[in-house]
Each structure stands twice: as structure tokens, then as C-alpha cells.
Design a protein around this ligand. Structure first.
Ligand SMILES: Nc1ncnc2c1ncn2[C@@H]1O[C@H](COP(=O)(O)OP(=O)(O)OP(=O)(O)O)[C@@H](O)[C@H]1O
Length: 232
């Protein structure tokens, strides 16, 4: 479970000597249950990405507490955050963020290489995930030889390869047409059901938000629970 208490963050904006603090997150308190799909929806500039960066430990909040399964992650230093992230989080981005010089297989394999997993085990896990996301036939292709939907499947497989309990998805269908969007959302729901993965989906799109179990709305630096679509 992710528990957030009184989380605040502001950015310094403006020319040197004339900077001003602009509050982006104003004392957010909320929780995300294990095995839940939660969407955080809000307009452009409402602070969704800032919140995601803080939850994932890329950015330190000014004040507030984050606990994940009773571990206080908000006090981690950069090294501790990076280690925790590699073991516990997967990421899916709007623009996929695949390595253009690596094949589909190698892109999916990369996090395991970084974790020092032996080649035989890496091979086995990548093959299993290629099958799960339906990309076995294009495993030797490069990202620019794939459709947007296929590229997002690669990035989903890459996010799954370390078996993270939590996946953060930042506008995961933002670059896809509506039919492909549905495919990806169904894949997320199926992974949530079959593997119990918690998904935190950031989106500005209500249709995407409504596929979650619970919706939080960002507005004026505050987060309000609303428009819950269905319980787990
Ligand atoms: N590094 C930064 N320095 C200064 N201001 C920032 C920084 N990052 C974000 N901001 C400001 O914080 C506010 C929230 O930005 P954020 O990217 O979190 O919004 P968002 O809801 O994710 O928007 P979008 O949907 O467009 O990605 C914006 O006003 C933005 O200009």
C-alpha cells in the first residue's frame, strides 16, 4: 500500500534575483491499495507529473511523508531511491522511451542486465514476456520498425521484467489511436488481475481515467477522490 501524508511541493520560477515560489502540490494526503488501478487525472500543468516524480523518488518533496508497505521512502537519499525503484517500480511513458539502438528483445532484457541477472535467466524471462504481450515474432526488430501500440507493448514488457509490485504509467496511451488505446488499457487491466500489480496511471483523459478502480482528480494543487468507476 502507498500512503501519502501532507505532501507539498513548489517550484522556484523566474529570473535570478526575481524568483518566486509557485506551489504545485498543496498538502496532499491519499492512499493507494495493493492491487488497485488508480488514475490521477487533471489538466495540463495541474501537477500530475510532479506527483509521479515524487512518488517514484526522482524528486524530493518540500514536506510530507510517503510510505510504501510501511517503508518510509520519502527519506531516502538518491542512491537508496534508485535501488528501491529498480526493485519495486516499473514505468510506462507516453513516448515509450525505448532504446533505439536495441532490438525489442534487448530493450525488454535491459533492466535485468542492469540488475546483474545471468543470461540464461534473462533469456527465459524475456521469452515469457514476449509471449505475454504478443511480440515474439518481432523480437529482433528495432523500435522504429514497430507500430505505436507494439512499442508500448515493448515498454510494458520492459516494465514487467523485474516483477515490480507497482507500475507508474504517465499518459500510457497519449500517443495512440483510440483502438490501440483500448488494447493497451485492456492489457493493463489483465496484468492487474493476473499478477496483482498496482497501477498508477497519470492522464488528462477522462476515458482513460475511468478504466481505473479509483480516480483522483488534481485541481489547484489539491487531490480529490472522485468519479470512482468500480471497486476491485
Ligand atoms: N522543474 C520545474 N521547474 C519549474 N516549474 C516546474 C518544473 N516542473 C514543473 N513545473 C511547473 O509545475 C506545474 C505542474 O507541472 P506538471 O508537469 O507536474 O503538470 P502536469 O499536470 O503533469 O502537466 P502535463 O499534463 O502538461 O504534463 C506547471 O505549472 C509547471 O510549469
Amino acid at each position: 500500500m502507498i500512503q501519502v501524508q501532507e505532501l507539498s511541493h513548489s517550484f522556484k520560477i523566474g529570473k535570478k534575483g526575481k524568483e518566486r515560489q509557485v506551489p504545485v502540490l498543496k498538502g496532499l494526503s491519499f492512499s493507494i491499495q495493493e492491487g488497485e488501478i488508480v488514475s490521477i487525472v487533471g489538466r495540463s500543468g495541474s501537477g500530475k507529473s510532479t506527483l509521479l516524480h515524487i512518488l517514484a523518488g526522482f524528486l524530493k518533496p518540500d514536506t510530507g511523508i510517503i510510505e510504501i508497505d510501511n517503508v518510509r521512502t520519502s527519506v531516502f537519499n538518491e542512491t537508496e531511491s534508485a535501488k528501491y525503484r529498480l526493485a519495486h517500480f516499473g514505468f510506462i511513458f507516453q513516448n515509450f522511451q525505448l532504446m533505439p539502438g536495441l532490438t525489442v528483445f534487448e530493450n525488454i532484457e535491459l533492466p535485468l542486465k542492469l540488475s546483474g541477472v545471468m543470461e540464461k535467466e534473462r533469456r527465459q524471462k524475456v521469452q515469457e514476456l514476449l509471449q505475454l504481450v504478443g511480440l515474439t515474432e518481432v523480437q529482433d526488430h528495432y523500435p522504429n520498425e514497430l507500430s505505436g501500440g507494439q512499442q508500448q507493448r515493448v515498454s510494458i514488457a520492459r516494465a514487467l521484467i523485474t516483477d515490480p509490485p507497482i507500475i507508474f504509467a504517465d499518459e500510457p496511451t497519449g500517443s495512440l489511436d483510440s483502438e490501440t488505446e483500448q488494447d493497451i488499457l485492456l492489457l493493463i487491466q489483465s496484468l492487474n488481475r493476473s499478477r496483482g500489480i498496482t497501477f498508477v496511471i497519470i492522464t488528462h483523459d477522462d476515458t482513460v481515467a475511468e478504466t481505473a478502480h479509483r480516480i483522483y482528480r488534481m485541481h489547484d494543487g489539491e487531490l480529490i477522490e472522485g468519479g470512482a468507476s468500480h471497486a476491485i
